[in-house]
Design a protein around this ligand. Structure first.
Ligand SMILES: Nc1ncnc2c1ncn2[C@@H]1O[C@H](COP(=O)(O)OP(=O)(O)OP(=O)(O)O)[C@@H](O)[C@H]1O
Ligand SMILES: [Mg+2]
Length: 583
């Protein structure tokens, strides 16, 4: 059966460090007992006037050892918490990232990028308090009071038992307010997630907001959400404060009872002054671990609320398509002809299909162009070939093999693609190109830049290929971004080439260069060019026109013009605006 993720499975990798942290803290607690025990011993020695030089030196040595071991164990405890926190966070991020990859595009279709970012960045940060603080402390809260009980019993069993019984009131008070705190913390986390995602979205769209003069309105909304977040935060602080206060009262009253009992038993002669000193000093230690657990639980509530969002991603079942992607293992070889047979597809089952009974063939050595009105399904065809989505009916084959039997990674390894919404990473132009071929030489890089019509631009930069691109390549023009991504696709040199509107922002001169390159390299590849600007497809071996998700016409530029159908219509409309196309 498939593993179901729980909060605990997120911390599995740090199990041994958690045990280590517990052991280190137990040693620290033990040194406290040794220290107080020695104080009691010295007090009794002073009371009976038998503090010898030997006892004094022995005491100094013990104190020194206590301080030294506390130092070492505290360091070990801190180190363990650090290891737990890094291991848990790295593990959770890895799991979330692999899950998003496994679910592929379907996941991003349903969840906002901003909210995925909040979960993976902030939510994961919050996990450290659960595993680094709460879980070790929960064990300590159980072990330390019992340890103290067994130690104190030797001095006076009724005081030991009374303190142990009083300690139980702290977990009772935690349980009583738990549901209330949980509710408030949850509301606090969601208002945070909500504010964060909205803020991120507003930052990314700041130019658009400015153009529409909507910055003020957006700021107002951010203000509203911030105010809501402030209210939730105050509410959370209030609950935490109340709960901490009640725990403090229990701990203080318990300690007071311990002290009073110590005095009483000393008066009755059942306890020496030294032993009473130990009881006074140790009373609060009974309550300390649980008191700390209470505080840590408040901090971790945030993590628990955040872990809900993380578990929601991790436990999301992959669609049946994603599952089929995981199990198909066939490989591609020699033949890269692509065939669509009666392909039907819709992004959502309850919507009208985007593609309806689509049939066509892409042949190796030919350029096939796909044209049609905006929204008719061209990019969808590319998404299906790359197996980001699966057809709901019909079949797509590459080299005769059904796509659903081929590993998606294998498919994508064999495709060079320039997508319509291309993405360049933060880094240098060189780094962006090397994604396609990590071992490419400088000569190869410059040659591909030439073929993609970007060489002059690269050469004009002082740092050439090492010039850096800022996030989303905002320091380049749209045409430059397109040409770099064409260069990246050419460099990959895969047997299938898919170009989705590759030159929509490229000037005529550079477009000419790219066309020439395409004609040359397409001789050995299966090439699909999707284009709005019809002059880019004029020289294609075959043009397919899509209309409302159906293939309307197939033929060469000339055939289709003669047909005077959809294509001829498109040409006529475009000629009115861009009278470049000759017939
Ligand atoms: N991820 C998606 N989820 C749901 N619907 C989608 C998604 N992507 C596209 N669509 C819808 O599918 C239809 C076809 O979209 P597609 O992107 O294939 O059009 P296109 O022909 O490439 O258009 P354009 O020329 O504008 O790029 C459109 O109606 C669009 O709204
Ligand atoms: Mg498109």
């Amino acid at each position: 059966m498939k593993e179901k993720h729980t909060i605990f499975s997120l911390g599995k990798a740090s199990k041994s460090w958690i045990a280590f942290a517990i052991i280190a803290h137990l040693f620290i607690a033990a040194t406290t007992v040794v220290f107080f025990d020695r104080i009691g011993y010295v007090v009794d020695a002073l009371m009976t006037h038998v503090l010898t030089k030997k006892t004094f030196i022995e005491t100094v040595n013990i104190m020194f050892l206590v301080f030294l071991s506390r130092l070492i164990f505290s360091w070990l405890a801190n180190r363990s918490v650090y290891e737990i926190s890094t291991k848990v966070k790295a593990g959770a991020r890895d799991k979330i990232y692999s899950k998003i990859l496994e679910l592929e595009l379907e996941y991003r279709d349903v969840k906002k990028t901003g909210s995925i970012a909040t979960t993976t960045v902030e939510g994961v940060e919050q996990l450290e308090s659960i595993f680094g603080l709460v879980i070790p402390q929960a064990f300590l809260s159980l072990l330390i009071p019992f340890g103290l009980y067994f130690y104190l019993r030797r001095l006076n069993s009724s005081i030991a038992l009374t303190l142990l019984v009083l300690v139980i009131f702290i977990p009772i008070s935690i349980m009583m307010v738990r549901a209330w705190i949980k509710k408030v913390t949850k509301a606090h986390w969601f208002s945070y997630e909500n504010l964060h995602a909205f803020y991120l979205d507003s930052l990314q769209g700041i130019t658009t907001l400015k153009t529409f003069g909507l910055v003020g309105k957006r700021m107002e909304e951010i203000g509203k959400r911030s105010e809501n977040f402030r209210k939730r935060t105050m509410e959370l602080l209030q609950t935490n404060l109340t709960s901490n206060l009640s725990m403090d009262i229990i701990a203080m009253c318990g300690t007071a009872v311990g002290i009073m009992l110590a005095i009483r038993y000393t008066q009755s002669g059942d306890l020496t002054i030294g032993a009473a000193t130990i009881v006074v000093l140790l009373s609060y230690e009974f309550f300390r671990p649980l008191r700390l657990l209470g505080s840590y639980t408040h901090i971790a509530m945030q993590g628990i609320a955040a872990s809900k969002s993380i578990l929601e991603i991790l436990n999301k079942d992959p669609s049946k398509h994603a599952l089929s992607r995981m199990t198909s293992k066939a490989k591609l070889d020699g033949n890269f002809d692509i065939v669509f047979k009666n392909v039907e597809f819709s992004y959502r089952e309850d919507r009208n299909p985007v593609l309806k009974s689509v049939n066509f063939e892409l042949k190796t050595g030919q350029i096939t162009a796909l044209v049609g009105e905006s929204g008719c399904g061209k990019t969808t065809v590319a998404n299906l070939i790359t197996r980001f989505y699966e057809p709901s009916a019909g079949e797509i084959t590459i080299g005769g093999k059904p796509l659903h039997t081929i590993d998606p990674i294998e498919i994508r390894n064999n495709i060079s693609m320039v997508s319509q919404r291309t993405y360049l990473f933060h880094g240098s132009i060189r780094e962006n190109l090397l994604i396609a071929k990590p071992d490419a030489t400088d000569d190869e890089l410059y040659e591909t830049c030439r073929k993609a019509g970007i060489l002059d631009f690269v050469n004009s930069l002082p740092q050439k290929l090492d010039a850096s691109l800022v996030e989303q390549a905002k320091n380049l023009s749209s045409g430059q971004i397109q040409r770099i991504s064409i260069a990246r696709a050419l460099l990959k040199n895969a047997p299938i080439l898919i170009l989705d509107e590759p030159t929509s922002n490229v000037d005529a001169e550079n477009e000419e260069k790219i066309q020439a390159t395409l004609q040359e390299i397409a001789r050995t590849k299966t090439t699909l060019v999707i284009a709005h600007r019809l002059r880019t497809v004029r020289d294609a071996h075959k043009i397919i026109t899509l209309q409302k998700g159906k293939v309307a016409e197939v033929g060469t530029h000339k055939d289709l013009l003669d047909k005077k159908g959809v294509y001829a219509n498109l040409i006529r409309t475009q000629n009115q605006f861009e009278p470049v196309i000759v017939n």
